[in-house]
Ligand binder design. Structure first.
Ligand SMILES: Nc1ncnc2c1ncn2[C@@H]1O[C@H](COP(=O)(O)OP(=O)(O)OP(=O)(O)O)[C@@H](O)[C@H]1O
Length: 679
């Protein structure tokens, strides 16, 4: 680091001329932003029609939202000097009234060296400057004279990571690291799979990649859209502000449950039933259940057209049906003839056959007459008998309640025990069915066989290690010709599918040749805590490279045996809650009500973190199954043995839980820790 009047917290002396100049530039950027905002609101739309006016209004509102996303966020956070030119780097472009750049968007190609340059490879930079802010004020800076072979000590990165959390996830634009930036800026055509240990920035990287792609390929992606898929609503709530603060307000963020919400989910499957329903073989079973109802034509059909009836012989009918069925088996969803379209096409083929016959007889029927023929009672009756109209929910309901339907569709695919697991008594009606989350995914698959699913230009899927093969297929259907960013950690797999490597998941996601890129530098968790959690790795994911933490803190880990949980728990939560930042008390799901009560009785303001997207308080009691993807400044793990005992992959769950803390982890146990954590 160069000799600037900057201490490790980035605070400079008030008289520093560099600081004064940078503050002036900050003032200029702020003024320009205000002007840009005013200009965006004043775009005149006089003289255009109502539709154009509405469109203009929407575009203007969009731009204003982007410019105003967060008025407290400083317009720039860094600067690059090439020796001849200086660029300030910020969240978005800022220009002065003459159109001269005042701040360069972090996603522009010119900003790349800010993230990638090193002393060994300065990429044309002589200096990189990072700024420190406090309450919107520019308070310091850190220079790296890369041209002179100097690199920073990461003090600002550390300060940024350790800045206390007060709610949702923040962006990391100011401090994206080179290995992360490579993934963020990978080309749109390239699908990537990030295998990253806890806290290596997978989620952050995925969201910044979405923002980067939208900036770089705005026109194309504005048309096709970008989709972010997360594991649950609590997680979505945690990440939902990151893209808007980066100026991207038009990204759809949802869960697999959100994607597949064709039917109301009112029940849960037993784990062994969910395993069968999530198995990739169910795709074949559903395909057979749907297409298997198509019957062979047995008789000629008389098609009415323009006042006469034309006979279409059964042999031709058979050929029409066979041809259409073959087109329904094309593997590519975009090329495939879907079931519902096949039915319409069949009706049209009959009408066109009649039309040809009429033409051969010298007539010339028009298109409207041909369409009427396709809708005639005769043709409809034929289609109903041979290619009946189907409804996705009804197909799945029949499959799961009618042993004969299931046996026909599953023969040679699922064994008898698996079929028995799937069957349940029929409800009064399809609407009255008590659907489960896994059923909803099956209904989505059936809907995808019936008709084409709209696809996005890019899909980011987080915590992908937990997706069932059928859930992967639901995501793949939304991909169309677009590309994919898969984020996950095999060691954090807690679902019954738990892949040993990424190959099967990537194949189910429809992108089998996607390269897997590891991230192993851990930003969230202090070294002492990470080393402790990593002791579980040989048991849960033997082949995986452990993460190394970018920072250490000797006081970060406290592992305490207790005989009774209540007293020590309230004591430690009281102590942690007195410091700034968030506190998460993680326990087995079943223990949550008791822990909430215990803390409330002790006068501590704890609220349960729920999967309904509602905000949790500063002290959150977190069911272990909802901890994934989240983080807190301080974490208390209450009774780890109960977390392990609660589910088949409880030891993986414990690994997830132990890696949620940014500053402090307290483990309260009853001398019953899993073997790798003792001693
Ligand atoms: N380059 C960075 N600069 C500052 N903070 C960072 C950086 N990279 C990651 N972080 C921070 O580290 C924490 C972990 O990031 P993130 O949640 O994206 O990791 P993850 O790999 O998805 O973790 P997990 O698998 O445990 O859910 C976040 O607080 C994030 O802001």
């Amino acid at each position: 680091m160069s000799a600037t009047p900057t201490d490790t917290t980035g605070t400079a002396t008030p008289t520093d001329p560099v600081l004064a100049a940078e503050r002036a530039h900050l003032g200029l950027a702020g003024d320009c932003l205000t002007e840009m905002r005013a200009a965006a609101s004043a775009v005149a739309d006089a003289g255009v029609d109502a539709w154009a006016s509405e469109r203009l209004g929407a575009a203007r509102a969009e731009r204003l939202r982007a410019l105003a996303a967060d008025p407290h966020v400083p317009p720039f956070f860094g600067r690059t000097d090439t020796g001849t030119e200086t660029f300030h780097i910020g969240r978005r472009h800022v220009r002065d009234s003459a159109g001269r750049p005042v701040v360069i968007d972090w996603r522009a190609p010119m900003s790349r060296p800010f993230y990638r340059a090193t002393a060994a490879d300065p990429q044309g930079l002589v200096r990189r400057r990072r700024f420190g802010f406090s309450g919107g004020e520019l308070t310091g800076y850190e220079d790296e004279l890369l041209g002179a072979g100097e690199e920073g000590d990461g003090a600002l990165l550390r300060a940024e990571i350790e800045r206390p959390r007060s709610g949702p996830m923040r962006d990391i634009v100011a401090t994206i690291q080179p290995e992360q930036d490579e993934i963020v800026r990978a080309p749109l055509t390239e699908s990537v799979c990030v295998q990253g240990a806890p806290g290596t920035g997978k989620t952050a990287v995925g969201l910044h990649r979405a923002a980067y792609l939208l900036y770089t390929h705005g026109g194309q992606l504005a048309r096709t859209g970008v989709l972010v898929v997360g594991p649950n609503r609590a997680f979505l709530r945690y990440i939902e502000q990151v893209l808007p603060t980066l100026g991207e307000v038009d990204v759809e963020q949802t869960t697999v449950a959100g994607l597949t919400a064709h039917v109301p989910v009112r029940a849960q499957d037993r784990p062994e039933v969910a395993v069968v329903k999530g198995d990739g073989r169910m795709a074949q079973v559903l395909e057979r259940a749907l297409w298997g109802v198509i019957a062979k034509p047995t008789d000629d059909v008389l098609v009415p057209l323009a006042g006469r009836r034309y006979r279409v012989p059964v042999e031709r009918l058979k050929r029409y049906v066979d041809d259409l069925r073959r087109r329904g088996r094309v593997p590519d969803d975009q090329q495939r003839l879907h079931y519902a379209a096949g039915r319409e096409r069949l009706a049209l083929l009959l009408a066109e056959d009649a039309r040809r016959q009429k033409e051969e007889g010298g007539g010339s029927p028009d298109d409207a007459e041909t369409r009427r023929a396709a809708r005639s009672a005769e043709v409809r009756a034929f289609c109903d008998a041979v290619w009946p109209a189907r409804d996705a929910a009804a197909v799945v309901a029949a499959l799961l309640t009618d042993p004969a339907v299931l046996a026909r569709a599953a023969r040679g695919v699922l064994d008898e025990a698996e079929q028995a697991l799937l069957l349940r008594p029929a409800a009064r009606s399809v609407r009255a069915t008590a659907w489960t989350p896994a059923d909803a995914v099956l209904v989505d698959e059936a809907a995808g066989l019936l008709g084409r699913t709209a696809g996005y230009g890019h899909v980011v899927v987080d915590e992908a290690q937990d997706l069932s093969p059928m859930q992967c297929r639901a995501v793949a259907r939304r991909l169309a010709a677009g590309s994919l960013t898969v984020l996950g950690d095999l060691a954090q797999a807690t679902g019954p599918w738990s892949p040993a490597d990424w190959a099967s998941t990537l194949a189910d996601l429809g992108r089998p040749r996607t390269a897997v890129r590891p991230l192993t530098r851990g930003y969230r968790v202090p070294g002492e805590v990470l080393d402790y959690a990593n002791r579980l790795l040989p048991v849960i994911a033997p082949g995986l490279e452990p993460a190394t933490a970018v920072r250490r803190d000797p006081g970060a880990l406290r592992v305490r045996p207790v005989t009774d949980l209540a007293g020590p728990l309230t004591d430690v939560v009281r102590e942690l809650a007195a410091a700034p930042g968030s506190v998460g008390v993680v326990c087995a799901d079943g223990a949550v009500p008791a822990v909430v009560r215990l803390l409330a009785d002790a006068g501590l303001p704890a609220t349960e973190l729920a999967d309904d997207g509602s905000a949790a308080g500063r002290v959150a009691v977190v069911p272990a199954t909802l901890a994934k993807g989240l983080e807190f400044d301080a974490v208390v793990v209450a009774d780890p043995a109960a977390i392990v005992a609660a589910e088949p992959r409880g030891i993986n769950r414990l690994y997830v839980v132990l890696t949620r803390a940014v500053s402090t982890l307290v483990v309260l146990h009853r001398d019953d820790l899993p073997a790798p954590l003792t001693g």
